[in-house]
Design a protein around this ligand. Structure first.
Ligand SMILES: NC(=O)c1ccc[n+]([C@@H]2O[C@H](COP(=O)([O-])OP(=O)(O)OC[C@H]3O[C@@H](n4cnc5c(N)ncnc54)[C@H](O)[C@@H]3O)[C@@H](O)[C@H]2O)c1
Length: 331
């Protein structure tokens, strides 16, 4: 009775641009702040990411959400794998998105979620910066020159003039490739940093690595600086988390259980009370993002299913208009 639209990664790529994704992400953050988005905390399946069994050095997250401004619901099933998948030369992130009609529950679409994940992860940072960073020009410090490093740069350059990027990756070859790939995207110059401290000498520092090393030091983030530790584990020192003037997150429950705040949260040193606002509350104008130019801000968009469902719904609408993709009757 119901047909489900099937969209490959190539088709999703054709349907949405970074500009579209930034617009959808901003509206969805506003919806989160206005409480028209339902986004439960993601459920993780540990496939050897941290657990000793099974030993696959990977994880998958189930990320359901309902997005009010699009009246759309769905789930993203996404993960990252460092073991066999990396040896095969495949990208770290793997993902599919399923969309339903929230009124009757029929499955409207099944599509690639990896490209949407990559674009929306960049857009999350760019939109947060729009509300937290007071100027149009910025110097970016980037840790991790992989997939997310690329899309972070693409998104930020849509909304800001990047005067300089200082990029650091433990694999210098990744930094060199990044510099080549991003030379037409970055308005200013790209500097390959020789050590981590050199990369952190910036207005905005973004970490998109799989490191568990807490490598960004408290002393490196200057007054007025903003740090985005976006990886799955803690990429900055405890001291910065404890001393930052403000902690802003996309989702309180998720951020206390995964990523930069997990360890201190489990030790009882960081609780909900230490979180100044969500990005949604700032975008919706309910809370201030920044009180003074000298504040050091820790901003953690750990990634929410709502962003994926919103972007996927925009892609589906366009696919419907264009008659793009396959169709399948599952039931
Ligand atoms: N917050 C979110 O919404 C969100 C979304 C997607 C991915 N992520 C996370 O972003 C991270 C990167 O994902 P990706 O798809 O770009 O992976 P990727 O493998 O394409 O790139 C990661 C890069 O980080 C480099 N790296 C590893 N350790 C490093 C260190 N200590 N210092 C500098 N560079 C280092 C690697 O060499 C690699 O080039 C992962 O932790 C992933 O889970 C977060």
């Amino acid at each position: 009775m119901f047909s489900t639209r099937l969209l490959s990664q190539e088709e999703v790529r054709e349907l949405i641009s970074m500009k579209d994704v930034i617009e959808a992400v901003e509206k969805t953050f506003r919806g989160m702040g206005e409480e028209t988005v339902v986004n439960p905390t993601k459920v993780g399946l540990d496939l050897g990411e941290t657990a000793s069994f099974p030993p696959y050095e990977g994880f998958m997250n189930a990320m359901p959400a309902y997005v009010g401004w699009l009246d759309s619901a769905g789930i993203k099933w996404a993960g990252g794998f460092l073991g066999e998948r990396k040896k095969k030369g495949l990208p770290y992130i793997t993902s599919l998105i399923l969309l339903i009609d929230p009124k009757i529950g029929n499955f409207r679409a099944v599509m690639d979620g990896a490209h949407i994940t990559n674009l929306r992860t960049g857009a999350q940072t760019a939109v947060a910066l729009k509300y937290l960073y007071p100027k149009k020009n910025l110097r970016l410090g980037l840790f991790g020159a992989g997939m997310q490093g690329h899309t972070q740069t693409m998104a930020i350059s849509e909304l800001f003039h990047i005067d300089e990027v200082r990029v650091f990756d433990i694999f210098p070859e990744a930094s060199r490739k990044y510099a080549e790939d991003m030379k037409d995207t970055v308005q200013g110059k790209i500097v390959i940093a020789n050590d981590p401290e050199e990369a952190a000498d910036a207005d905005v520092v973004v970490c998109v690595t799989q490191s568990k090393d807490k490598y960004v030091k408290n002393a490196w983030i200057k007054p007025g600086g903003i740090l985005f530790p976006m990886g799955s584990y803690q990429e900055c020192e405890d001291e910065f988390i404890l001393k930052a003037d403000r902690i802003i997150v996309d989702h309180v429950g998720q951020c206390l259980h995964r990523g930069a705040l997990k360890e201190l949260s489990e030790a009882g040193k960081i609780t909900e009370k230490n979180i100044h606002a969500t990005i949604g509350e700032v975008v919706a104008g309910k809370k201030k993002g920044r009180e003074s130019q000298s504040e050091r801000i820790l901003c953690i968009p750990i990634g929410t299913g709502a962003m994926d469902i919103a972007v996927a719904t925009v892609a589906l609408k366009r696919a419907d208009e264009k008659g793009m993709g396959g169709n399948y009757e599952f039931a």
